[in-house]
Design a protein around this ligand. Structure first.
Ligand code: MG
Length: 367
């Protein structure tokens, strides 16, 4: 099979519940998502999606996706998309860095591999572990009472794991943790995500003030060494996210015992191929994972569900249903929240059919 053409589409995805606010005043009301369609000489079409959480979360932004695709996509024409490792190597040779640009192309090639094999990606990625994948819900930064109210609201549709966004004034953060912690019921789990914004002295102060509240701590500080210093001062379960952006960083963090859980976001690391590699390393090292992505809609959620469902249950901390955060569907057949869980499709490839009317005409056509 050979790639004969690639089209790039842009879709605005309005966020539900008024958007997302997280540390240091960052917020977003609408996702700017990019979808690629890869056409082949076999008549099969593969799909991928990538959606940064705005320009100030990770070193990625929506305009950069499209500029990068214009540079990179022409190099893929004529290559076999089912050779996902060869494609990944080629992309690394033709564009240094910018893993988020590669993520959508990688995803579309994996989709084509599944379509060609007649198998769902969950099978190609190791097979289906358990009935479904547990989801968590991120709680946008707000007043402590409003955040506790959100937890009650999302509990109604099945979520039992909640990640609250903190990282502003430490005193307010202490109150947020106390109020949301008190709102939890038996069997529920709280993660406190500072999204890189505390300095170590602030993290130490907050942690000391809420020692009696059970929660996992996520990415307290911006730097790796700062996070290590906070970890050395707390016995809390520790999650790293933003600063683990590939295999080398993961290996170092495992060697340093820097975390108990790592968040593997497909676009942060370059797509399904690298995320699978990191997944396998984490399984071998006993590091639990949140398998997810930074944003997006049905296509991203489908890719996340396949990799997460193909990961041993004991190593899955949680996953995210990105489609559950937006008001717009771009494809049929993708997974959805089913009482706090989601399942990978049994249909070949990603198991999705794009809504072409929503994708609209391509911004860019490469053939
Ligand atoms: Mg995080």
């Amino acid at each position: 099979m050979k790639i004969t053409g690639i089209t790039v589409h842009q879709v605005d995805l309005p966020l539900r519940a008024g958007g997302m606010r997280w540390s240091t005043g960052r917020s977003l009301a609408t996702y700017d998502s990019t979808v690629v369609r890869i056409t082949t000489d076999a008549g099969l079409v593969g799909h991928g999606e990538v959606c940064p959480l705005g320009p100030a979360y990770l070193p990625a932004y929506a305009g950069g996706v499209r500029a990068g695709l214009a540079k990179l996509a022409p190099h893929l024409i004529g290559h076999d998309p089912t050779e996902t490792g060869v494609i990944a190597r080629l992309m690394d040779e033709r564009l240094k860095g910018h893993p988020y640009v590669k993520s959508a192309l990688d995803m579309a090639c994996w989709d084509l591999l599944g379509l060609a094999a007649g198998l769902p990606l969950v099978t190609l990625l190791g097979g289906r572990h358990g009935r479904a994948v547990k989801l968590y819900r991120a709680i946008s930064q707000d007043t402590p009472a409003a955040m506790a109210e959100r937890i009650a609201q999302w509990r109604e549709v099945g979520y039992r794991q909640f990640q609250i966004k903190v990282g502003s004034d430490p005193d307010l953060d202490i109150e947020r943790i106390r109020t949301t912690g008190a709102a939890l019921r038996a069997g529920e789990l709280l993660v406190v995500d500072a999204n890189t914004s505390w300095l170590p002295h602030q993290a130490a102060r907050v942690l000391r003030a809420v020692e009696d509240v059970p929660f996992h701590l996520e990415q307290p500080c911006a730097g790796y060494d700062e996070c290590l210093s906070v970890r050395a001062r707390t016995g809390r379960a520790f999650v790293l996210d933003e600063i683990i952006d590939g295999v080398p960083g993961l290996l170092r963090a495992i060697a340093d015992r820097a975390m108990d859980v790592v968040n593997i976001k497909l676009s942060k690391v370059g797509g399904i191929g690298v995320a699978r590699q990191m997944r396998d390393i984490c399984v071998a090292a006993g590091i639990a994972m949140t398998i997810e992505d930074s944003g997006g809609s049905d296509i991203v959620t489908a890719a996340v569900a396949h990799l997460a469902h193909a990961t041993p249950e004991a190593l899955r901390f949680s996953s995210s249903d990105n489609i559950g955060y937006v008001d717009r569907s771009i494809a049929e057949g993708g997974p959805h929240n089913e009482d706090g869980w989601m399942r990978a499709s049994s249909a070949p490839g990603l198991g999705i059919a794009p809504r072409l009317d929503v994708l609209g005409p391509p911004l860019l056509t490469i053939d």
